[in-house]
Design a protein around this ligand. Structure first.
Ligand SMILES: Nc1ncnc2c1ncn2[C@@H]1O[C@H](COP(=O)(O)OP(=O)(O)OP(=O)(O)O)[C@@H](O)[C@H]1O
Length: 271
């Protein structure tokens, strides 16, 4: 179906361990900015790698009705922009050249003037002009993370898969990045963002996927899905979702839950 992402029966893992086992997600549509959340080791990065095509997988990932697994790697690379959790390698290339190189790799047939136009544009959009002629090896961790994102956005992929894109960023740049991603989804894209900061997820994302031990714990509207019980089950904490004085929802983590509080009432009652 056009304008959609469908994940059905996704199974993926590593040589000796299966991590995701027949994962089904709700259909995502154009305009959706999806936060993929869950505790450490829940399977978020494995999910991102599997959907991106970097990790062998079974099941179906359909983008606009087409099975991504059946596309040639170059075509998949054109449609899916994946930002890994690791920062881009430090190198002697300056930032501008690194973006040019990323675009050339993704689409060797793209004319040079179009590449330059896209690179200029993404530097402006992300407010990174000051970094354009700095060698990657001389940038801070946060600056390198921004450049990694710039490399992905400049390719203008149909689907964005961003694994912790704000983990190295200060408050201002966290907002800058998520506003930028929001802009691409408002323009009709689909973006999946693995993120630990639930407050950013609540503020910018319109869909939430919660993973636990490689399985889907919950999915839906972030404000409907995130509540005290989910915080206990997903993270083992006692917490709550409240509104700040500006009206934004915020998650307050109060303390680590006692073991029985990490289970649902039903589970606890039937033990
Ligand atoms: N390269 C690998 N080889 C073997 N096992 C791996 C590998 N990468 C991750 N795992 C395992 O897969 C499971 C899920 O890890 P994953 O990185 O997907 O979790 P995550 O939700 O992204 O965690 P985090 O929030 O800590 O980044 C973990 O048990 C982890 O130990």
């Amino acid at each position: 179906m056009s304008g959609s992402l469908d994940v059905r029966g996704l199974t993926a893992g590593y040589r000796r361990r299966r991590i995701l086992d027949r994962l089904d997600l709700p259909t995502f549509r154009n305009g959706d900015l999806v936060a993929v959340v869950g505790a450490n080791a829940a399977g978020k990065s494995t999910f991102m790698r599997a959907v991106s095509g970097l990790l062998p997988m079974q099941g179906e990932v359909r983008l606009d009705g087409e099975d991504l697994g059946s596309l040639p790697p170059a075509e998949r690379l054109r449609r899916v922009g994946y930002l890994p959790q690791t920062l881009p390698q430090a190198s002697s290339l300056v930032a501008y050249e690194s973006l040019m190189a990323a675009l050339r790799t993704a689409d060797p047939s793209m004319p040079r003037d179009r590449i330059e136009h896209r690179v200029e544009r993404v530097f402006d959009d992300l407010g990174l002009r000051a970094l354009a002629f700095r060698p990657l090896g001389e940038l801070s961790g946060g600056q390198r993370q921004m450049l990694g994102l710039a490399q992905v956005l400049a390719r203008q992929p149909r689907l964005l898969l961003l694994d912790e894109p704000t983990s190295a960023l200060d408050l201002r740049w966290q907002i800058q990045v998520l506003e930028r991603v929001r802009h691409t989804t408002d323009a009709g894209g689909i973006a999946l963002v693995a993120i630990h900061d639930l407050n950013l997820a609540l503020r910018f994302c319109d869909r939430l996927v919660v993973l636990k031990d490689g399985a889907l714990l919950a999915a839906g509207d972030p404000l409907e899905v995130l509540d005290a019980e989910l915080l206990a089950r997903a993270y083992g904490i006692e917490g709550r979702v409240e509104r700040c004085s500006h009206g934004y929802p915020i998650v307050q983590a109060d303390r680590i839950a006692r073991p029985s509080e990490t289970l649902s009432t039903h589970e606890a009652n039937t033990r």
